[in-house]
Design a protein. Structure first.
Length: 128
């Protein structure tokens, strides 16, 4: 994968690439939005703890396809308030590879259950 961060535009605000080029022949895996909830149906308190669970869920899904978090080329993340941005970004930065994936982070009004404060979806690519 080749990161696309042209010098002609402002550098990224955080640890992400403006774009990622996927070579021909790569397999793609799209991961639905994952909420910060464990197999026991419990959502921990706080954005960072929930985001860690989101990424653990994404890693488990990617493992089913023979991929890992290092194969992620794009993240779309959603938090329910500005106060959750830093916690999400700490969890994200702990797991994203180099170069970092393309990424979007949005503030939304809420999710299916009120205790959820973070949701993350991913797109991964791998050349076999």
């Amino acid at each position: 994968m080749r990161p696309l961060t042209p010098a002609a535009i402002r550098p990224p605000f955080a640890r992400y690439s403006h774009g990622v080029e996927v070579p021909p022949g790569a397999r793609l895996v799209a991961v639905s939005g994952q909420l910060g909830v464990g197999p026991d149906d419990v959502a921990p308190e706080g954005a960072e703890a929930q985001a860690r669970l989101c990424f653990a869920n994404i890693a488990a899904i990617l493992a089913e396809a023979g991929m890992g978090l290092g194969d992620v080329i794009r993240l779309n993340a959603y938090v329910t308030g500005r106060e959750h941005l830093a916690g999400y970004m700490r969890a994200r930065d702990a797991v994203v590879g180099d170069p970092p994936p393309a990424s979007t982070l949005m503030i939304v009004s809420g999710f299916a259950r009120p205790e959820f404060v973070v949701e993350v979806e991913a797109l991964a690519a791998k050349v076999d």
